[in-house]
Design a protein around this ligand. Structure first.
Ligand code: NDP
Ligand code: 2IT
Length: 449
């Protein structure tokens, strides 16, 4: 990692001291600070107003007990979180993650990323994130419902369409949003559609929200390739994960003429050289909620499942990490570069380790950081909020067109800022610089709050 200048280093030291043990949060902060040298040099007003120090300190952090009763009548206790990180640009906005690995450091890294990602969309949304160490895997619908009801019974008092608007993330999809919205509606006696996004199409949801993160990541990839006169058509693609983001990244990549040859989950990966059968993948993951190995089982000779191992050993021209943080390390990056990979776009949040990202930069691989490449999901959430506020609903075609425009706009913003701050083609620097300036200017306008 390059050295920080002394002002940024002292800010980073302060973050380390004030947030002990929160490794993922440290990593996310460091990545942004690494980009801000040229920005601070050009705009001394940000240092005077201590804007970075303020951005690194969440506006509010809520941690609460979530007791509930499982199907055997046993009382279970989980921990709930909501970090309301920054509301300079709009109400706190960001997903909820239900996964056993969730602790404050994960929620803070995600909330911190969300501030900048949401700024890049150009839409009026601040940054926040929440979740729980509850694992919905293997739980019955009744258990998931009771957990969600208990979670919302505490969280509702902190939410509101002008205050804080959660959505999904790992382990939280349409089913969970339904239970959460139902409980919010019941407790408050308000049909406040704009309080949650990712809702069902029949009750206030937006067309294309389910598809938006994956589609957006592919649109962003296409834009990056275009700068080199290339496209996705005819390319071999590997997508890690097989959840919401991964499935719709596969769908859009296929629609643009690519062949997706591998997907994964935490148990391993499947390789299908003929190209992933999307209907089968959706049936296995979305309907049956089974492991990705069931995909290979259903296809016999055509596909193989590799338990454990690294999906990044599968040769490809485009890699889309869409599972989880730090899933693509330096060894994986080496394998991708050796196999001729041209472009990497992060569908997941912070899936690439700093060493791997550095290697892509040195090798000239196009690299789209998550806060730009996966912003299509939250952008479409903001479009859902617009529809809810105007009590309207748009067509699928119109909404997808808006998503496409937003992703092209984000690409443009990142490319222009990278150029302006002396690092053409560096989307990480471009995304961080452009988003930081937008948030910082709003904070300066509001005074010391
Ligand atoms: P899902 O729960 O739908 O899917 C998650 C996928 O990632 C599953 O295949 C899961 O496998 C895999 N995975 C999760 N944790 C691990 C782990 N520790 N090791 C290996 N694999 C893992 O979540 P999403 O698709 O919604 O989210 C995927 C990523 O995209 C996350 O980083 C999320 O923050 C990010 N994201 C999501 C957005 C959204 O709109 N949903 C928007 C922007 C970013 P398994 O089932 O075995 O756990
Ligand atoms: O990481 C993310 O951007 C999300 N999980 C989506 C957030 C949202 O509010 O739609």
């Amino acid at each position: 990692m390059p050295a920080l200048d002394s002002t940024l280093q002292s800010i980073y030291d302060l973050v380390l001291r004030r947030n002990p043990g929160e490794d993922e949060f440290h990593q996310a902060v460091r990545e942004v600070l690494d980009s801000l040298g040229p920005v601070m040099a050009k705009h001394p007003q940000y240092a005077d107003a201590r804007v970075i120090e303020r951005i690194c300190e969440p506006e509010r952090q809520i941690i609460f007990r979530v007791p509930w009763t499982d199907d055997r009548g046993r009382i279970e206790i989980h921990r709930g979180f909501r970090v309301e990180f920054n509301s300079a640009l709009g109400p706190y906005k960001g997903g909820l993650r239900f996964h056993p690995s969730v602790y404050l450091g994960i929620v803070k890294f995600l909330g911190f990323e969300q501030i900048f990602k949401n700024a890049l969309t150009g839409l009026p949304i601040g940054g926040g994130k929440g979740g729980s160490d509850f694992d919905p895997k293997g739980r019955s619908d009744g258990e998931v419902m009771r957990f969600c009801q208990s979670f919302m019974t505490e969280l509702y008092r902190h939410l509101g369409e002008y205050t804080d608007v959660p959505a999904g993330d790992i382990g939280v999809g349409g089913r969970e949003i339904g239970y959460l919205f139902g409980q919010y509606k019941r407790i408050t006696n308000r049909y406040e559609s704009g309080v949650l996004t990712g809702k069902g199409l029949g009750w206030g949801g937006s067309p294309v929200r389910k598809e938006a993160t994956g589609y957006g990541a592919v649109f962003f990839t296409d834009e990056m390739l275009r700068t080199r006169g290339q496209s996705l058509d005819g390319r071999t693609v590997v997508v890690s994960g097989s959840g919401n983001v991964a499935i719709y990244a596969v769908e859009k990549a296929q629609q643009l003429g690519a062949t997706v040859v591998a997907v994964s989950d935490s148990g391993g990966y499947v390789v299908d050289e003929k190209g992933i059968d999307l209907e089968l993948l959706k049936e296995v993951k979305e309907q049956r909620r089974e492991r990705v190995s069931a995909y290979a089982d259903a296809l016999g000779e055509r596909a193989r499942h590799v338990a454990g191992g690294s999906i990044w050993d599968v040769p490809c021209e485009v890699a889309l990490p869409c599972a989880t943080q730090n899933e693509l390390d330096e060894a994986a990056a080496r394998a991708l570069v050796a196999n001729g990979c041209l472009a990497v776009a992060e569908g997941a949040n912070m899936p690439t380790t700093p060493a791997a990202a550095k290697l892509f930069g040195e090798a000239g691989v196009l690299f789209g950081p998550g806060k730009a490449a996966n912003a299509g999901g939250v952008a479409t959430s903001a479009l859902e909020m617009q529809q809810n506020a105007s009590r309207d609903s748009w067509t699928h075609e119109y909404t997808e067109e808006r998503l496409g425009e937003i992703m092209r706009g984000i690409h443009e913003r990142c490319a222009a800022a990278a150029e302006e701050y002396g690092a053409p083609g560096n989307y990480v620097l471009g995304a961080n610089a452009s988003a930081f300036i937008q948030v910082a200017d709003a904070m300066l306008a509001f005074g010391v709050i």
